[in-house]
Each structure stands twice: as structure tokens, then as C-alpha cells.
Design a protein around this ligand. Structure first.
Ligand code: AMP
Ligand code: GLY
Length: 417
């Protein structure tokens, strides 16, 4: 089989790495990919936003299956275009991708299908928003409705901060049209956790749990990022809680997908807050998480292609999905300054001196004048799989010391119990 993966980050590198192990696969292409991915797949210079070029490429060289990484491409409707062209693709339709593409859409969906989430209001004007703020306790959460590259959520500790967030989103339009509507939301307290699931029209199958670390600095200080490190299994997530999440969240979500006639054959990533009143949904993402995928797929024993084949024909229930008992830890090496401004094109050295069992997933890297250099906020995901979280963590941190680039920043407290 010929497979195309769309995207060029650590998540896509992990997907390619896993697909590469499948005996069913003859060739893997990645658009646009990155230098790490280029070591195991053919990188194709097509932008993730150029849907017609991606369809054309897939048709031309007879791609048997396409897997989409980034949410923007899914929200733009790539799945509908592929299906129209008679091509196999893993992901939700444009309508279903609204579960991530519009927070107002997903809140209404949760309300309709009685899926527990934070109380909220949806507003379109600054004045309306300001009036409603006094119905909320502090801190209060303000969210831009549309996609904002992870920057559209403001946790506001004072009324002034909340008003400033409303102003920035609704009046200054810092996120453009993604901010034409705003969700004001109750702040939830608890333990945050994410569950990735395989979904077809009939089944929802959770993958093993993983835990991200969102803030940029140790001790969960500083601004939110795309994710600074992950581990799996998630020891904060008990089997009992997993059962509760299945009954109270995942099954009602599948019911909603069915009743709304959504074509959802892809990945659903449910962001949860485990509160004193039970699990509540913070958000849906309609794709693999980054860097959750790096630790989850390194524990997957079953052939990912076989899973996708079943998923495409709504038969996920007919395949047993096995996971390694081992633990996986991924620590992100970022550019100093991320998630705000940072410098690029710093030479990366030391990758050829690492222990054998370390896997380095590339996020923001490129080649300049024959050298591997940094090309993003998140640069590399150093990953190890071992007998315990402690062992995997130790391996990762020992090897991080061997990797050098100017401005290397990483959290030192990933996966500490
Ligand atoms: P989202 O993009 O909606 O997942 O929000 C990004 C991050 O903001 C989440 O991962 C949480 O850490 C935080 N967050 C979002 N909504 C809430 C909420 N209602 N209460 C507390 N934290 C939240
Ligand atoms: N790590 C969070 C995300 O992929 O959205």
C-alpha cells in the first residue's frame, strides 16, 4: 500500500514512524514532512492547506490511504474532497470537524447530547460579553470561537483581564474571523487529561491514556503552549475513571455523531478536566494530539494500517488493539522565547550520539546549507520507551544533554510523579 501523511510536525513524524513498521506498507509519502520524516518517508513539497493539490497528488500516484495531522486542513474540508474523488482518507468530514473548528458548535453539541462540560455563554459583542461577566466567578475563561493555533483561550483572574480578552478577540480581532464569536466559560478545577480515540460510525475506541504538560515552564508556570512533554500510561487516570468517561462522555459523543449524521471516520481527541463532580469535556480535537501521539503510538503493538482499514469500513469492533505494558516519555526541546517570539535556524548537533532506544521526533526543523537547523517553536520531541515511567524519563533526560542548539529550552519536570 502507498500511504500519504499530511503535516510536518512531531505528531506526523510519530505517525510515519508507526506506519513504517507495517508489512502492508510499500511506500510512505509525507506532505510537506520535515528532515526527520525524510529519513523514513518521501517528503512532498505540498502545503497542508493546498487541498486540491493534495487530492491531485494522491490520485496521480494512486495513494491507497491518506492520514491527516493538522486540524486546519480537516476544518477546511479535506475529507469531503477526498471522498468525492473516491480516495480513502482518515479524518472527520467538514461538518464533523466543526467539533474542533467552532467552540460554539461543540458546546451546543455537548448540551444537546448531555455531555458534561463547563457552563457557558456565547456572545458576539463586547458589551454583551461584559454584561454577562458578572454572572461568573473568577477566574473566568474567555475563548475565541474558531481555530487560533492554541492561543485563543484566556484564563482571566480579574474582571479587567476578562474585559481585555473580550476586547482583543471581539473588537481588535487579533484572531481575525476566528474571533467573531466568543465563549465565556466557567473555570473548571481538577486534573486535566486527554484521551485519544479511534472513531468510526459505529464504534469509539479509546487509546491508552497520556498526560501533556501545557505550560512553558517547570511547575506549570508561564503561558500555555502546544504541549511541552507527555507520558503514557497516565497514572492519574484510573480504570474506574476510564469506565466513567466511556459511559458519560465517549458513548454520548458517539450517539451525537450518529444522530447528527456526521461522517466521522478518524481520530477524536477529548480534552477532559477530572473535577470533583466527575469528568467534564474542555474541548474536542478532531485529530491526533501533539505531543500525545508520540507517547501513545510508541506503545501501540497492533498494526496501525490494519486499524485504519477497519475504521474505514466501520468495523473497529472486529480488531483487537494491543498496547505495550511499557511506559513512554516524550520531552519537547523548544526554542527560547516560544510560545512568543523566538529565533530560528540554529544549528542542531548531537543527534547521532544518542542511545539506541531513543527516538527523536522532529517538529520544527529544516535543512540550511546542508545543516540541520531549528525552524519552529517546538523543535524536537525526545522520546523513550522503557519498563517504567522513571526509567523512560531517565533515558530521555540523559540523552537531552547530548543534543545541542542555541537557545534550547525544555521542561525538567516532565513525568515526575
Ligand atoms: P482548550 O483549547 O479549550 O482545550 O483550552 C486550552 C487550555 O485552557 C486547556 O487545555 C485547559 O488547560 C485550559 N482551559 C480551557 N477551558 C478551561 C476551563 N473551563 N477551565 C479551566 N481550564 C480551562
Ligand atoms: N497537545 C495538545 C494538542 O495537540 O492540541
Amino acid at each position: 500500500m502507498k500511504i500519504l501523511v499530511i503535516g510536518g510536525g512531531g505528531r506526523e513524524h510519530a505517525i510515519v514512524w508507526k506506519l513504517k513498521q507495517s508489512p502492508l506498507v510499500t511506500e510512505i509519502y509525507c506532505a510537506p514532512g520535515n528532515p526527520g520524516i525524510g529519513e523514513m518517508a518521501k517528503c512532498v513539497n505540498i502545503s497542508v492547506e493546498d487541498i486540491s493539490a493534495l487530492v491531485e497528488f494522491s490520485r496521480e500516484i494512486n495513494i491507497d490511504m491518506t492520514i491527516v495531522g493538522p486540524e486546519g486542513t480537516l476544518v477546511s474540508g479535506i475529507v469531503d474532497e477526498y471522498r468525492k474523488a473516491g480516495l480513502n482518507i482518515i479524518g472527520p468530514s467538514k461538518q464533523a470537524a466543526q467539533l474542533e473548528g467552532s467552540k460554539a458548535f461543540s458546546k451546543k453539541f455537548m448540551e444537546k447530547y448531555k455531555i458534561s462540560t463547563a457552563k457557558y455563554n456565547q456572545v458576539t459583542s463586547f458589551e454583551e460579553g461584559r454584561r454577562l461577566l458578572n454572572q461568573y466567578q473568577l477566574p473566568v475563561v474567555i475563548k475565541a470561537d474558531g481555530l487560533a493555533a492554541g492561543k485563543g483561550v484566556f484564563i482571566c483572574n480579574t474582571l479587567l483581564e476578562a474585559e481585555k480578552a473580550l476586547q482583543e478577540i471581539l473588537v481588535d480581532r487579533v484572531f481575525g474571523d476566528a474571533g467573531s464569536e466568543v465563549i465565556i466559560e466557567e473555570f473548571l478545577e481538577g486534573i486535566e487529561t486527554s484521551i485519544l480515540c479511534f472513531v468510526d460510525g459505529e464504534n469509539i475506541v479509546p487509546m491508552v491514556g497520556s498526560q501533556d504538560h501545557k505550560r512553558i515552564f517547570d511547575g506549570d508556570e508561564g503561558p500555555n503552549t502546544g504541549g511541552m512533554g507527555t507520558y503514557s500510561p497516565n497514572y492519574t487516570y484510573s480504570n474506574e475513571m476510564a469506565e466513567k468517561v466511556m459511559e458519560q462522555i465517549l458513548k454520548p459523543t458517539l450517539k451525537g455523531i450518529q444522530e447528527e449524521n456526521m461522517d466521522y471516520r478518524g481520530i477524536l481527541f477529548v480534552g477532559l478536566m477530572i473535577t470533583q463532580d466527575g469528568p467534564k469535556v474542555l474541548e474536542y480535537n478532531v485529530r491526533f494530539g501533539d505531543p500525545e501521539t508520540q507517547v501513545v503510538l510508541t506503545r501501540l503493538e497492533t498494526d496501525l494500517v490494519e486499524i485504519f482499514q477497519k475504521l474505514l469500513i466501520n468495523q473497529l469492533n472486529s480488531i483487537e488493539i494491543n498496547w505495550s505494558e511499557k511506559a513512554s516519555v516524550c520531552v519537547i526541546l523548544a526554542s527560547t522565547g516560544y510560545p512568543e517570539k523566538y529565533e530560528k535556524y540554529k544549528k542542531i548537533e548531537g543527534l547521532n550520539c544518542l542511545d539506541e532506544d531513543i527516538i527523536v521526533f522532529h517538529s520544527g526543523t529544516t535543512i540550511k546549507e546542508g545543516n540541520l537547523v531549528t525552524d519552529g517553536g517546538r523543535v524536537l520531541g525526545v522520546t523513550a520507551i522503557s519498563n517504567s515511567i522513571e526509567e523512560a524519563r531517565h533515558l530521555v533526560y540523559v540523552n537531552i544533554e547530548k543534543i545541542h542548539f542555541e537557545g534550547k529550552h525544555y521542561r525538567k519536570d516532565i513525568a515526575i510523579k
